[in-house]
Design a binder for this molecule. Structure first.
Ligand code: NDP
Length: 272
């Protein structure tokens, strides 16, 4: 029996990418899982994967189509989960994006409408979800894991609004961890480096451009020499969410980037 047997976990942004792999892992480890996102089609694929991971038990997976930038939807995600499963043990705030649909990046010259959207999706929505979830997490002594980014403390060109939003989640993490410690609730962030998901495609980066970036940007700048897989992020999230294994870890940023954020560009070699 694993720690997550019988536990109830919400993973936002689980219709693709890191969220999908995370929901699947929790289901495999025995949790009842709420999956959520805007795309019904993608969410259905995740639902099937989770059902399979749960040994074919469809009753252990709740699928909710929702937009986390809308407060009525964030309320619904928490309420419907507790209605169905009776409790909440873990909230994984994973939904996020680098920019607003229709814009390739979140450069500081983009309209303030883009700033508002990016801040809402990557930061404000966490507050909305946390506020609804905390009364339930108090009862179970549960915990929160937020998916941040190394962009919270490294500057990515043309991504001002995204980097600002992720920096806000890192600071929210620290303050919440202190405020909720007395309630027995832990709060932590995972800060991934580049991960192979739909993230760049949603920023308008083609597959060919992504391959070029992998070879010319990720490979030379990341000591482990490649982008991560979503599954490699899922195991880190599950560690932080495990009240046995990570019981003394709170308010932390767990950087999972293959060493990308500690490395410097290679020194030029001396001409011989
Ligand atoms: P994906 O684009 O594959 O996944 C993003 C998820 O967020 C999707 O499930 C999407 O679902 C959901 N989402 C986006 N907007 C909304 C919205 N308004 N309401 C509800 N759900 C929404 O990318 P990743 O898996 O890579 O991203 C997951 C997290 O990881 C994000 O927070 C991202 O910032 C972070 N991250 C990613 C990195 C990477 O290199 N991939 C690096 C560092 C951090 P749908 O479209 O169905 O709504």
């Amino acid at each position: 029996m694993t720690y997550f047997e019988g536990k109830v976990v919400i993973v936002t942004g689980s219709s693709t990418g890191i969220g999908r792999a995370t929901a699947e892992l929790f289901a495999k480890r025995g949790a009842k899982v709420t999956i959520t996102g805007r795309s019904a089609e993608s969410l259905e694929i995740t639902r099937q994967l989770c059902e399979k991971a749960a040994g074919g038990n469809a009753d252990k997976v709740l699928s909710i189509i929702a937009d986390v930038t809308k407060e009525e939807d964030t309320k619904r995600i928490i309420a419907e989960t507790v209605n169905k499963f009776g409790q909440l043990d873990v909230l994984v705030n994973n939904a996020g994006a680098g920019t607003m649909p229709g814009y390739q990046d979140s450069h500081f010259s983009r309209p303030l409408e883009v700033f508002d959207y990016v801040m809402n999706l990557n930061a404000r929505s966490l507050i909305a979800l946390d506020q609804e979830a905390i009364p339930h997490l108090k009862k179970t002594k549960g915990n929160i894991v937020n998916v941040s980014s190394i962009g919270a403390f490294k500057a990515f060109p043309s991504m001002a609004y995204y980097c600002m939003a992720k920096a806000a989640t890192d600071q929210l993490n620290r303050v919440l961890a202190i405020d909720l410690a007395k309630e027995g609730i832990r709060v932590n962030n995972i800060n991934p480096g580049p991960v192979r998901t739909d993230f760049s495609a949603r920023n308008g980066v083609s597959d060919a451009a992504r391959d070029w970036l992998e070879e010319n940007w990720v490979k030379p700048n990341c000591p482990l020499g490649r982008s991560a897989t979503p599954e490699e992020m899922a195991t880190v999230i599950a560690f932080l969410a495990n009240n046995d294994e990570a019981r003394f870890v709170t308010g932390q940023l767990l950087v999972a980037d293959g060493g990308a954020s500690i490395s410097s560009p290679p020194l030029p070699t001396q001409a011989s």
